[in-house]
Design a protein around this ligand. Sequence first.
Ligand code: SF4
Length: 528
Amino acid sequence: MRAEGIGTVRRILCVFPRYTSSFGTFEYAYPLTDGVQAFMPPQGLLLIAAYLPENWPVRFIDENIRPATKEDFEWAEAVFVSGMHIQRQQMNDICRRAHAFDLTVAIGGPSVSACPDYYPSFDYLHVGELGDATNELIARLASDPSRPAQQVVLKTNDRIAMSDFPIPRYELADVKKYLLGSIQYSSGCPYQCEFCDIPGLYGRNPRLKTPQQIVAELDKLRECGMTDTIYFVDDNFIGNRKATLDLLPHLIEWQKRTGYVVRLACEATLNIAKRPEILEKMRDARFVTVFCGIETPDPDALHAMHKDHNMMVPILEGIQTINSYGMEVVSGIIMGLDTDKPGTADALLKFVDESQIPLLTINLLQALPKTPLWDRLEREGRLNDDDGRDSNVEFLMPYDEVISSWKRCMEIAYEPAKLFARYQYQCDYTYANRIKVPVAPEMKSWRNIRRALIMLRNIFWQVGVLGDYRRVFWKFAIGRLRRGDIEGFIGSATIAHHLIKFARAASGGQQNASNYSIRLREASVPAE
Ligand code: SF4
C-alpha cells in the first residue's frame, strides 16, 4: 500500500543521521572489511520512502556513509528525518542545515514519538507509526511545501496494518556498504520490563506482516546485493510464537531456493530456549545469532525489573540450549540497577566466563521516557540530566563506584585472551552445530573471493602485524585456518577487533557507558 491520489509532485530528501559512537554499531570493525561504512539500513525512512506517492522523487542519504550536500538540499522541496534518542543532536543538526535552505523539515521515528519536545525546531513532528498522520503530512506537503508559520504536530491515531506495509525501498540504500541487512516482521512485545519503551510505544500485542511480505523483502534485499547477515529488527522475534512458527517454514524454503547465501539473526527473549520446535526451524533457516536481553544473572534483579520470563529456564542452561542449535547468543547487560551490590561486577564477570558469550553489550541503566522506570524514578526524584553524567539515573550505589565497576567489567570482559577463548568455545560448541549448507555458485564467484581476500589482507595487516594483541590473535587464527573455517575466522576476528578497541576506549573514559545515553559526546561535530 502507498499514498495515492496526489497529483502534485514533491521532491523529498530523506536523511538518516549519524550515530554517536556506540558499542553496538561496530565501527572499529569497518576498516577490516571491504568497504562497510554503516551499521544497518534504516527501516523507518526506507518504509516512508516506499509509502510516498509513486510520482514523488525520493533521495535517501545515510549520513553514516556521506553527509547530505548543498546540492541535495537544493534539489529537495522537503526533508524527512528519523532516528533514535542517541541521534537526537544529529537530527537537530540536519534540521538546522535544511532550514539554511529554507526547506520544510519533518521528523518521525522512535525518538520523536517518545519525546516530541526534544525537537522544537522541526516544522512537522510525525508522532507514532505509519498511519493517518503520514497521510496528513503528505497531503499538507502536496498542497503547500513551504514552512508552516509554527510547528505542526501530527499524531497517528489510526495505524496502517503491517500487512499493508509496502516493501521498504532498499534499492535507495547501498546495502553493500552496511554491516548487516535489516528486515522487520513484527512490532511490539507482550512483556513489560520496567526499563523498556517498546510496549509503551508499539503495544503489547505484536502486529505482523505476512510471511509472503517477508519473502518478497528478502528477495529485494538479495536483488540489491545483500550477501551477508540479515537481522530481524523485531523487538521480540517470538513475541507471537504462533506467528514465528508460521514464518519459519517460509524462511527455510527461501534459503533452499536462494542457496543459503545469507545468514539470519534476530532479537528474542531468553525463554526461546523452552521452544525446541522454534529453535529447530531457526537452525534450518540458518539463523546464526540471537540477541537476548539477559540484563543480569541476578534473579532478584530480574524479578525487580519484571523480567521473570528470563528465568523460565536456568540462564546458563538456556544459553547452552540455544548454542546447541548452532546459534550464538549476544547478550544485553545492564549495570547500575537498584538491586546492584558491591559484588555485582564480580558476579557479572563470572557470568561472562561461564556463559562463554563473546559479545555482551554492557550498559549503564538509563531511564527512557515512556517507561515505568522513568515514572518510578520521577516519583522518587531520581532523574538527573546534568551534563557530564553517563546516565540520567541517580543510582542507589555511589555514582563513581558504578562507573568504575562498569569500566572494570569492560576491561576484563574484553581482555583479548579472554574474548578469543570465548570465540574458540563458540567455534567448538556452537558453530559446529549449524546445518551444513551447500556452497552456492555465488559464493564461489570472483567478487566474493576478492572480498574475502581483501578482508583477510586487512585483518592480517591491521591485527596480525600492527595489532598489539597479535599473539592471542594468531593462536586463534591458525586454529581456524587449519580447519579451513575462513568465514568463521573473518566474522569472529572483525567483531573481536571492535569489541577490544571499544572496550579499551570505554575503560579509558572515552566512550559512553550507555548506548542510550543522552550525553552526546560527538554532539558538536557536524556531519560534514
Ligand atoms: S522482553 Fe525485551 S522488548 Fe519486551 S518489554 Fe522486555 S526488554 Fe522490551
